[in-house]
Design a protein around this ligand. Structure first.
Ligand SMILES: [Zn+2]
Length: 346
């Protein structure tokens, strides 16, 4: 099969579009003909090499996959049919530990992500356990490109907004860096939860697009670098209940300064870097809660995808490339100019 290969760790230029052996289908697996695969910041981190992560080379990236079933393993128990449109749940866990049994697989010691810990879907074919395969209902008004833009960011944002922060209609939520996939999904989920949402971005164009997706207030973080002061005024000197921050170092202190007493900051990543300074006085005096969040449980994935299939949440696609244009697609993501997901058609 053809695939976008990572022969060695490095910058976008290491990517090669070439031939590799077809994946092996085990008896509990489903073989999917990949139609589209979306990019995540994780792809950049893995391509550059994550300390301690050993991979068989060439590696294949790709956590977000849509396609159709072309072969079903002999021991597959679920009721899948050939030609069925599907997306792949990118979470991997042992299935046996105390957390997996509780339904909290992202707390599993062996938790992993397709495309990071094992080969992903930047390829013509992808073979995976039936437990990771989710049908797209026939009536869902999404194409393969839109479907590929959904799983990782929507599941991550769902766990952050609903499970970790428990956002409710009376809440005001601040979402940092609108434009990225998780931030856009979080905006829609927070609005669906009835909350008031403030977003930040350094781009007026992105802020305008965020209004179209339901943002109540959009603050330009370049013209208002002290945007926590804007937030303070906008909330009548109170601060917000929840901050959703996946930017990390560049915004950490301002995110904490934007919170009301007892407020919660939820983080799922640090695209600007993982090491930031924290004023501990602010944490205890204001009784702030800092929560980490990674991916989601199987039930969370199914809950959020149902809302996407029903049209209540919608994936935002920035630009579509072909798989052979992987280098350009990666460079687009690295430039940070995107609004929504960058997707490669296969
Ligand atoms: Zn486990």
């Amino acid at each position: 099969m053809k695939a976008l290969l990572v022969p060695e760790f490095g910058n976008a230029e290491v990517l090669r579009f070439g031939e590799i052996a077809d994946p092996v289908i085990n008896s509990h697996d489903i073989l999917v003909k990949v139609k589209a695969t979306a990019l995540n910041h994780l792809d950049i981190f893995v391509r550059e090499g994550i300390s301690g992560l050993k991979l068989e080379m060439p590696h294949i990236l790709g956590s977000d996959i849509s396609g159709e079933i072309i072969e079903i393993g002999s021991k597959v128990e679920s009721d899948f049919k050939e030609r069925q449109r599907v997306v792949i749940d990118p979470g991997l866990s042992c299935g046996r530990c105390e957390f997996c049994i509780m339904g909290e697989r992202s707390l599993c010691k062996k938790f992993g992500i397709i495309g990071e810990h094992v080969r992903g879907g930047n390829a013509e074919l992808f073979s995976v356990s039936e437990h990771n395969v989710i049908s797209i209902p026939d009536e869902a008004d999404v194409d393969f490109v839109q479907a590929a833009a959904v799983p990782l960011t929507f599941m991550t944002a769902w766990r952050m907004v609903r499970t970790q922060a428990g956002v409710k209609p009376s809440d005001t939520v601040l979402i940092i860096g609108i434009g990225g996939g998780v931030a856009l999904a979080a905006l829609q989920i927070a609005k669906l939860s009835g909350a008031k949402v403030i977003v930040t971005s350094s781009s007026d164009q992105k802020l305008k697009q965020a209004y179209n997706l339901g943002a109540d207030v959009a603050v330009n973080s370049e013209t208002h670098p002290d945007y926590h002061r804007e937030v303070y005024h906008l909330t009548h000197k109170r601060g917000v209940d929840v901050v959703i921050d996946s930017v990390g170092r560049a915004t950490w202190d301002r995110s904490l300064m934007s919170l009301r007493k007892g407020g919660q900051l939820v983080t799922c990543g640090a695209t600007s870097g993982p090491l930031a300074e924290t004023n501990i006085n602010r944490i205890f005096w204001n009784q702030l809660q800092i929560k980490g969040s990674t991916m989601a449980s199987r039930s969370e994935v199914r809950n959020v995808l149902k809302l996407v299939w029903e049209g209540k949440l919608r994936p935002v696609v920035d630009e579509v490339f072909s798989l052979s244009e992987g280098i350009q697609a990666h460079k687009r993501l690295e430039a940070g100019k995107q609004f929504g997901k960058i997707v490669m058609k296969v």
